[in-house]
Ligand binder design. Structure first.
Ligand code: SAM
Length: 221
């Protein structure tokens, strides 16, 4: 259940020295203008974070994962990479949490520039659609956490879920689709299908994928 992991009362309470010790040796004296910028929601085994880490070495990133053992595995994986590659992988970390409940505890308004939802659980049955990580209600929260110009990346191998995520984003007033040119120019886009463990499994099985990548826009005046 959810009740066994600590949740920060507010984003300000997150101890950066625990997550990124080399970059922030002291939490009390750290530069508070430098904040987590990318979130990988339901990060699974962490493949995306690891690829993003070297692609965007200046950005701080966090994975959110509900399963305790999986989040522990990601933690260990990051520590091992840090040891094997001194100076690298210092900008990524993971928390065990329920992202459907606690996004506002982790991110301030307009803090994030990228949010990733890669191969989320499909919850096929109609009555379980409310448990999907992309929904009109949750998009309001994601729009709050993302800055204007920030990007939300989604991909799935379940066509129906792909349609659902796209429709939710399309109908939301604070998101607009990236153009083809913008998708091609964004180095994060090609990681969606290749960097995560789930993406690699789908690729091995030559499965189709369905992506929706949208930008946070300002509210209409
Ligand atoms: N993104 C990874 C990938 O592409 O390999 C993992 C995909 S896996 C199918 C979905 C993951 O989301 C699982 O690891 C699951 O534990 C996690 N998850 C499901 N609901 C969640 C929630 N409410 N908060 C955080 N993580 C969640």
């Amino acid at each position: 259940s959810d009740s066994h992991f600590p949740v920060p009362i507010s984003p300000n309470e997150i101890d950066y020295s625990l997550h990124y010790p080399q970059l922030f040796p002291s939490n009390d004296q750290r530069d508070r203008t430098k904040k987590i910028e990318f979130a990988d929601i339901g990060c699974g085994f962490g493949g995306l974070l690891i690829s993003l880490s070297t692609l965007f070495p200046e950005a701080l990133m966090i994975g959110m994962e509900l399963r305790d053992k999986v989040s522990e595995y990601v933690k260990e994986r990051i520590l091992a990479l840090r040891v094997a590659n001194p100076g690298q992988y210092q900008n990524i970390s993971v928390v065990r949490t329920n992202s459907m409940k606690y996004i506002p505890n982790y991110f301030e308004k307009a803090q994030l520039s990228k949010m990733f939802f890669l191969f989320p659980d499909p919850h096929f049955k109609e009555k379980n659609h409310r448990r999907r990580v992309i929904s009109p209600f949750l998009l309001d929260e994601y729009a709050y956490a993302l800055r204007v110009g920030g990007i939300i990346y989604t991909i799935t191998d379940v066509e129906e879920l792909g349609e659902w995520m796209k429709t939710c984003l399309e109908n939301h007033p604070l998101f607009e689709a990236l153009t083809l040119e913008e998708l091609e120019a964004d180095p994060a886009v090609e990681l969606l299908s290749s960097a995560t463990e789930e993406g690699q499994k789908v690729a091995r099985n030559e499965g189709r994928t369905f992506q929706a990548v949208y930008r946070r826009v300002a509210a209409a005046p």
